[in-house]
Design a protein around this ligand. Structure first.
Ligand code: HEC
Length: 142
């Protein structure tokens, strides 16, 4: 028995019958442990949520075959619809990349290639790709 709980139990023992007292003590201790465990579990869940929402860089890397024809080739310019520099994705903030992809998909931002490509991506794809370009990408700057 933990020493911090010793004192109240002894004083209760002198007032109430021993058997009943022991049971109720054990019961309330169990409840306390359960509450502590629940609180810890909720704290862990809260910590885990942002990591999940941020996307998986390794899954993202596998999806870059769609992007690597333009992004990630040093000095690359697309010729369609006009000669165009391809903006850099590597090291960009994940939120920025996701926001840009969503804007292409919704039509808020328009570029023929990017609108078509973003239209084929799910939010999960966007999160994964953004996580990869933000954290693990090591290719050419664009
Ligand atoms: C056909 C060439 C091409 C392909 C393939 C391509 N992009 Fe792009 N991307 C571009 C061009 C060109 C722009 C600049 C368009 C503009 O000015 O809005 C661009 C812009 C972007 C932007 C906005 C960047 C910024 O700084 O504003 C993001 C994010 C992006 N692409 C992500 C991707 C991802 C992820 C893929 C693969 C799923 C991909 N792109 C595939 C050509 C391409």
């Amino acid at each position: 028995m933990a020493s911090c709980c010793g004192q109240p139990i002894i004083s209760r023992k002198s007032r109430v019958g021993q058997g009943r007292n022991d049971n109720s003590t054990r019961e309330s201790e169990g409840k306390m442990k359960f509450t502590t465990m629940t609180l810890c579990a909720s704290a862990l869940l809260l910590l885990a949520v942002p990591a999940q929402a941020a996307g998986d860089p390794r899954a993202g890397q596998l999806k870059t075959s769609m992007c690597a024809g333009c992004h990630g080739i040093a000095g690359w310019r697309t010729a369609y619809p006009s000669v165009y520099s391809v903006p850099k994705l590597g090291g960009q903030h994940a939120d920025y990349i996701v926001a840009a992809l969503k804007a292409y998909k919704s039509g808020e931002r328009s570029h023929p290639s990017m609108t078509a490509i973003a239209g084929s991506l799910s939010e999960r794809d966007m999160d994964d790709l953004a996580a990869y370009y933000a954290s693990s990408y090591s290719g050419a700057a664009n």
